[in-house]
Ligand binder design. Structure first.
Ligand SMILES: [Fe+2]
Ligand SMILES: [Fe+2]
Length: 260
């Protein structure tokens, strides 16, 4: 994995988020029918981006000694910092929409717990699931919301999350390449299942904002599933391109315990 490229990318890109100038002085002209559910929906995404990543960083230490992942820990630190910059950007949008920031929300709590249940691969996969759905969500906002502040932030987050998808694919392809055929099949099936369940939950949880944007929750789900298929195809191609025996495995990761 070329961690150097990712470190350079995150070092350059993240600072753009904190200096992004938004037309926040302009009053929000969205109808109440859209403004209220959209503010609530974005507040949920804002909370999801606000984690400190402490356990992800701890897991990343496990692969740090491996030759192929030299620098991965630094890349993960910068990745977490970029997600936190997303949280700050989204907080500005929620305030612009007159919404309230959240400190707790049930889907976010489930996500955080799930992410650290097994090992680094699963933690990255759950993050990736959220990013695949975020890609569809911010793409929808960019195309369907007329508010310039919402559109600018949606566009920036969309571009960042597309890069995050590449970052996670670079990591996972090397890990999946170390699995045998049965392991790859099982990994694919559980990834597909986790993604499909998550897409259902997110589409339901954000149904009011989606409907106000003119998108049926079932259409949103369908787009999420298409995005998953495209991503999985690209991942499999990348795995196949790795010469046999060059995928990297690590020692078994410790299972989840509440004090971690
Ligand atoms: Fe993000
Ligand atoms: Fe992300």
């Amino acid at each position: 994995m070329n961690t150097h490229t990712w470190i350079t990318h995150f070092e350059r890109n993240t600072r753009l988020n904190d200096t992004l100038e938004l037309p926040e002085d302009l009053p929000c002209r969205l109808s109440e029918k859209l403004r209220v559910p959209l503010a609530a929906s974005l507040a949920t995404f804002q909370l999801g981006e606000s984690g400190t990543g402490s356990r992800l960083r701890r897991y990343a230490r496990e692969v740090a000694p491996l030759e192929n992942f030299r620098g991965y820990q630094r890349a993960i630190d910068l990745f977490v910092a970029e997600e936190q910059s997303h949280s700050r950007l989204l907080a500005r949008v929620v305030r612009h929409l007159g919404g309230r920031l959240l400190t707790k929300q049930w889907t976010n709590s489930v996500f955080r717990r799930l992410r650290f249940l097994v090992n680094l691969e699963f933690a990255v996969q759950v993050l990736l699931t959220a990013e695949l759905i975020a890609e569809v969500y911010f793409g929808t906002l960019y195309l369907r919301c007329e508010d310039p502040v919402v559109r600018m932030v949606a566009h920036k987050l969309l571009r960042d999350e597309m890069k995050h998808l590449d970052f996670q694919r670079d990591f996972l392809s090397e890990r999946v390449a170390s699995f045998n055929n049965l392991g790859r099949l099982l990994w694919r099936l559980q990834f597909q299942a986790v993604h499909a369940i998550t897409a259902h939950v997110v589409a339901w949880d954000h149904r009011h904002a989606l409907r106000a944007l003119g998108v049926k929750p079932e259409d949103f789900r369908r787009r999420c599933l298409q995005a998953w298929r495209r991503y999985q195809d690209r991942l499999e191609k990348q795995v196949t391109a790795i010469p046999a025996g060059q995928g990297t495995s690590s020692s078994p990761s410790p299972v989840f315990s509440p004090d971690r």
